[in-house]
Design a protein around this ligand. Sequence first.
Ligand SMILES: C[S@@+](CC[C@H](N)C(=O)[O-])C[C@H]1O[C@@H](n2cnc3c(N)ncnc32)[C@H](O)[C@@H]1O
Length: 273
Amino acid sequence: MGGEELPGVSRTAVWVAGMRAAESERADRLFDDRLAAAFVSAAGGGIVPQTAGPPGTSEFLAVRARFFDDQARAACGAGIRQIVLPAAGLDCRAFRLDWPSGVRLFELDLPEMFAFKEPVLASVEAVARCVRVVVAVDLRGQWAQPLIDAGFDPGAPTAWLAEGLLPYLQRADGERLLATVTELSAPGSRAVFDHLETTAAERPGMRAVSEVVRQVGAQLMPTADSPADWLTGHGWQARLFRLPALAEEYGRSLPADVDLVASNAVVVITADR
Ligand SMILES: C[S@@+](CC[C@H](N)C(=O)[O-])C[C@H]1O[C@@H](n2cnc3c(N)ncnc32)[C@H](O)[C@@H]1O
């Protein structure tokens, strides 16, 4: 399957893989994703837009990916050995992170995504550094049972890493997703999400990102007015991290002309049960 056959929302995975490939070439890279370039080249031209996005987009994606890497490591440090990536896309954490023994990592995404991803991984003979299980599902539907059937243990604490998913779901779908994640989360579980606050909808910076996403074939949507309240309502304790502060922490300066209000409305959330 070529990249042209990917649904619009899955083409966003090629777009972000392109930015991970570029980040991996930098001397001061925040992570090294050597497989990202293989996906971009297999997808062919015409999928990745000419522009990465408005000022701050590539910095945001690099900082976000590194933050999720660090959260994965922290979860393992806390003894968690079951990792789930809802909307894994072209994520290669299974291949590039140094997992402790006993880790089982489940990747969830649409069937078309894996029809594209798996042959590319096979073509470069990529070898996972943990037990990697692929579960082809639509996260707007019933995905709990397929995940359990694939070997997921609802009795074990889990780290959920949903990077770049919520902004592509309608609110009702996001709501159902969180309810299912909560049901499947044994005590000691963690979740990491990113999301867009409604406050940014009309900001020039956000409109420009939405336009790039639209060109790729998908739509960006805000998730909830207050993600902390949303998670608390589902029984999680949430912490919010905003892009400009995270970028500073990782030593990645944002361009001077970045839309700071829009950047501050992009939130990465960690939640514990
Ligand atoms: C921006 S990409 C992020 C991929 C990956 N997490 C990353 O950061 O590279 C969005 C991903 O969400 C997936 N996705 C969107 N809606 C989905 C749905 N309803 N069910 C399953 N996957 C979905 C797409 O296929 C795509 O891989």
